[in-house]
Design a protein around this ligand. Structure first.
Ligand SMILES: O=C(O)C1=C[C@@H](OP(=O)(O)O)[C@@H](O)[C@H](O)C1
Ligand SMILES: C=C(OP(=O)(O)O)C(=O)O
Length: 432
């Protein structure tokens, strides 16, 4: 599907979808337990991949209750050996979290995914599994999926880089809790995307699991049991919210956009509020009500480090393309290891819309541009975040912007275009 977005104003209330990161963790934590309910989950292509994995390990996810609740029967600590390969589709989180889980099983698990996921780095996590005495192999011997994992690991100490993906640490902590001796993770380099490990620690606590930060990394004691009696409620997703908030800041008029479901949580991507404020946007977060209001404002370029918030890069790049002066997005090398190289993809596509952009390995600079963005046909790079960010740019670009491959929003925000349309955006979907 392609989507044509015509320059238009937006306004009104919109509800943030539930958090992808919390949903993945809650569904898998429920899988490790003897059963639990996840309330207000995100049901999207990525979280469905994690549900499939829980089922492959011997659990069951009852989706009959619809989008409001998932009743998960667990595989009760140790996963069974799957009867078939596990297809993680486009979801890096699923592949990493499931790799460490599969290392607990007595037999072998084969994990694969789509073209994008089969090109993302898994090597450091496979090494970690081997350091724990398990088997962690890439079938092509290139550190990428398909993977073969197993060996019934029982705990130990691993050294792992912190600057490729925090999901490796999340994976090891979640699996480590049910090993005999626990897992100590020593970080070889500074941790990027650190707030995602905070999300993990929060969810682990909610499922009765103890894990702590140490001087060199993290430690989870073994012999623990995942347990949750009350339904676990998933908060709203700040990465998804960033597109709605950016839409309000660039095209929201005087009334602006109000995003509901913005309850404070461990999500680092709530930094989007601060970024908007620093760029000069009229933005206010009522934390008690869980509502963020943003009105259209003249924006100025700033420097933003995205070491903790990689998923905000496409949104900030679009804000930078509309702002006066340069926006420098620094500390962004790890954003190249996502569904696509998002630094390169945003540079390429914003240039098609008339923005001036320069790219270094660790920095993306969007130069202030007096002339307006102009509508063009842009590629979505089979990446939900690129599609959503470019669609927001389409709200301000002169004329019409066609975003190709727009169906990829299903990965994290299936209702994205409906939400934008309901806010008043002029857009048309075209099946290819
Ligand atoms: O753990 C998570 O839920 C995530 C961690 C981040 O990845 P990295 O840790 O690989 O940067 C983030 O980009 C991804 O969207 C979700
Ligand atoms: C990178 C992302 O997710 P994952 O790593 O789970 O594919 C994302 O949602 O932007």
């Amino acid at each position: 599907m392609d989507v044509e977005v015509t320059r238009s104003q937006v306004g009104g209330h919109s509800r943030a979808p539930p958090s992808k990161s919390y949903t993945h963790r809650a569904v898998l934590a429920a899988g490790y337990s003897d059963g639990a309910t996840v309330a207000d989950p995100l049901v999207s292509a990525d979280t469905r991949a994690t549900m499939r994995a829980v089922e492959a390990f011997g659990g069951h996810v009852d989706r009959e209750t619809g989008d409001r609740r998932l009743d998960v029967e667990g595989f009760d600590g140790r996963p069974g050996v799957p009867a078939d390969v596990i297809d993680c589709a486009n979801s890096g989180t699923t592949m990493r979290l499931v790799t460490a889980c599969a290392a607990l099983a007595d037999g072998l698990t084969v994990l694969t995914g789509d073209d994008s996921l089969r090109s993302r780095p898994q090597g450091p996590l496979l090494d970690a599994v081997e350091q724990l005495g398990g088997r962690g192999e890439s079938t092509r011997d290139n550190g990428q999926a398909p993977l073969v994992v197993g060996g019934g690991v029982d705990g130990g100490t691993v050294s792992i880089p912190g600057d490729v993906s925090s999901q490796y640490i999340t994976a090891l902590l979640m699996a480590g809790a049910v090993t005999d001796t626990g897992v100590t993770v020593d970080l070889e380099t500074e941790l990027k995307s650190a707030p995602y490990v905070d999300i993990t620690l929060e969810v682990l606590t909610e499922f009765g699991i103890e894990a702590t930060e140490t001087a060199d990394g993290y430690r989870v004691p073994g012999g623990q049991t995942y347990d949750r009696t009350e339904a676990y409620a998933v908060p709203g997703d700040f990465s998804s919210m960033s597109y709605l908030l950016a839409a309000g800041a660039v095209a929201g008029g005087d009334d602006g956009v109000v995003v509901e479901g913005a309850r404070p949580s461990a999500q680092g991507d709530s930094a989007i509020v601060d970024v908007l404020e620093r760029m000069g946007a009229d933005v206010a977060w009522d934390r008690a009500a869980g509502e963020i209001t943003v009105r259209e404002s003249a924006l100025s370029g700033i420097e933003v480090a995205v070491d903790d918030t990689p998923d905000l890069l496409p949104t900030i790049a679009v804000l930078g393309a509309v702002a006066d002066g340069d926006t420098r997005i620094v500390d962004c090398e790890h954003v190249r290891y996502k569904e696509t190289d998002r630094v390169r993809a945003m540079a390429t596509e914003l240039e098609k819309l008339g923005a001036e952009v320069s790219e270094e390995r660790d920095t993306l600079t969007v130069h202030g541009n007096d002339s307006r963005l102009r509508g063009a046909t842009v590629a979505g790079h089979d990446d939900h975040r690129i599609v959503m960010a470019l669609s927001v740019a389409g709200l301000v670009a002169e004329g019409t912007t066609t975003v190709e491959g727009a169906d990829h929003v299903d990965v994290s925000f299936p209702g994205f275009f409906d939400a934008l349309y309901d806010l008043g955006a002029e857009l048309e979907k075209h099946e290819r």
